[in-house]
Design a protein around this ligand. Sequence first.
Ligand SMILES: Nc1ncnc2c1ncn2[C@@H]1O[C@H](COP(=O)(O)OP(=O)(O)OP(=O)(O)O)[C@@H](O)[C@H]1O
Length: 337
Amino acid sequence: MNVIQINGLTKAYGGTRAVDGLNMRVGQGDIYGFVGKNGAGKSTTMKMIAGLVTPTSGSIKLFDEQRTDGGFSSAFSRIGTLIEQPGLLPNFSAFENLMMKALSIGVVRPREQCTELLTLVGLEDAGARKTKKFSLGMKQRLGLALALVGSPDLLLLDEPFNGIDPEETRALRSVLMRLNHERGVTMVISSHVLDQLNRMATRFGVIREGSMVREFTEEELHTACGSSVRVKTTDPARSLAILEEHLAGATFRVEPDQGIVVAGAGGTRHAAAAFGGAAGDASASGAPRAEEISRVLSAANQTIVELSVLERDIEEYFVELMGGADNATLPTIEPRR
Ligand SMILES: Nc1ncnc2c1ncn2[C@@H]1O[C@H](COP(=O)(O)OP(=O)(O)OP(=O)(O)O)[C@@H](O)[C@H]1O
């Protein structure tokens, strides 16, 4: 079942289209990594889903309920949001902040739920402290607890890792993973911190200038970033012609030293065809196989002097989809742990 189904969503501010004909689909149980450069339209999209901003046009369906001009009748009660700074009252304790929300939305047994949520986000020992004494990371975790009051089925988290240190980040990430695994909570997490999303997300959506560039699963990401093969022969021009003839759907790049880099449609520059695009045999697995390239060239009496498999960088792939690396806030992705 789709938890979120968005079609042609647009938000215009005067002449600026913050979101421009966006399509998006989030399935039940997804941890959906919503990726884009600063200003791409992530926050505006999240705010429209959360009902904080009214769309200019387009449709939003949440839990099979279509948004109307009056908003949603029941779907909103199933959403928890952490968008921008959590709205904490600084002179009240963490527990009191949670209780106020629990009482305002009529949670059954509010004290129990608030105590449980403080434990869930690792703030059980800080419940009585005023939130103005909290670190940024503690505030983020309390903000998450606030979003969880009422046991929502869908969490919308806008840049939840912004400005918090690595230890707090790890703590927050582990709470989110538990919520997803143990309670089946669906999440949309927007971030330009690819590293964090890459460790958690089961699906991704890349937004660029207000439009969805592509959506893909974690598996499809790894297929798309699969290896390419570099081959060098004594007759590069002839070898290239042979490979082009035999490897339908693959893409080719000749490097300055005449080495030929062969990638599946999911492998390098022509990633546009990766999912559902025109792709031939060589791209079906996302990458050409070195053995196949070797066999094709040998059968045509080409002399191979070098053959190697190149791994593609996930970060490079995202940066390409997002529209280039003119963003200083893109860190390197570390290997999964
Ligand atoms: N209330 C508003 N009035 C006018 N323009 C806005 C408003 N909100 C957003 N924008 C513009 O819409 C575009 C998208 O902004 P948005 O905040 O959605 O992007 P973002 O992807 O969340 O970026 P960031 O990562 O920097 O938060 C930007 O050009 C922004 O300046």
